[in-house]
Write a protein that binds this ligand. Structure first.
Ligand code: ATP
Ligand code: MG
Length: 241
């Protein structure tokens, strides 16, 4: 099994005046290619802090982080953003789409950050990603003209544009109703079945029940780490969408 993410004794402290907030207080975690991990735990337990560190959006106070075998904890910024865009795709609770851009243009955005030239070929790839997430009929719509679930689909397509190994999702269904959440989870499950490693933060047991492993945090540490049979497998069904 290939290890994609390995963190050892990760610590993240925030200094707020005279108060030291121990957001992460020594977290070790190894994630292999093809895993689907749900990160759970009460509010303030450090889930988003951990996901942001895994996403190289922030740096640890202490500890080691190996992403695809490379030590990223002390890497210079330009190298870090390079490895981030090659290995990681992000999905957030608030979609973070650009209002003035169309569906296809939003999917193209990570390419712009990499200063890649947009060509007929990259455009075609973004159209195919829009089709993959079921938005082939909405290519020229802007975020305001889409439902919440459709906006999250755009965000998922955008996360896939660099063909990342790992998808990091922070409460991807947090703003969605039950039915739409289920559709998004089916989509993530299909991506996982196609080989993507997924690490997803969620508060909800129903959402975590789609994952193959559940890591529970409390007060900045990992409290439990257990394998899970995704509920649709238990039910003997296949994932459709
Ligand atoms: N930039 C910051 N400055 C100071 N403290 C912070 C900062 N970011 C997070 N914290 C603190 O770190 C702790 C962990 O926060 P984090 O956002 O990781 O929690 P969480 O598990 O994602 O919670 P939630 O479920 O509410 O999203 C909290 O006590 C929070 O107040
Ligand atoms: Mg959070």
């Amino acid at each position: 099994m290939t290890t994609v993410v390995r963190i050892i004794d990760l610590i993240k402290y925030y200094e707020l005046g005279s108060v030291l907030v121990k957001a992460l207080d020594g977290v070790s975690l190894t994630v292999h290619e093809g895993e689907f991990v749900a990160l759970m735990g009460p509010s303030g337990s450090g889930k988003s802090t951990l996901l942001n560190l895994l996403g190289c959006l922030d740096r640890p106070t202490y500890g080691h982080y190996y992403l695809a075998g490379q030590d990223v904890a002390g890497m210079p910024d330009d190298q870090l953003s390079d490895i981030r865009s090659r290995f990681l795709g992000f999905i957030f609770q608030q979609y973070n789409l650009l209002a003035q851009y169309t569906v296809v243009e939003n999917i193209e955005v990570p390419l712009l950050y990499q200063e890649r030239r947009l060509t007929e070929e990259t455009r075609q790839r973004c159209i195919e990603l829009a089709e993959l997430v079921g938005l082939g009929q909405r290519l020229d719509h802007r975020p305001m003209q889409l439902s919440g679930g459709q906006q999250q689909r755009v965000a998922i397509a955008r996360a896939l544009v660099n063909d990342p190994q790992v998808i990091l999702a922070d409460e991807p269904t947090g703003n969605l109703d039950t039915r739409t959440s289920e559709e998004i989870m089916q989509l993530l499950t299909r991506l996982n079945q196609a080989g993507k490693t997924i690490i997803m933060v969620t508060h909800e047991n129903d959402i975590a029940s789609w994952a193959k492993r559940v890591v529970r945090m409390r007060d900045g540490i990992v409290e439990t780490d257990e394998l899970n049979t995704p509920h649709w497998l238990r039910d003997g069904a296949t994932v459709s969408a």
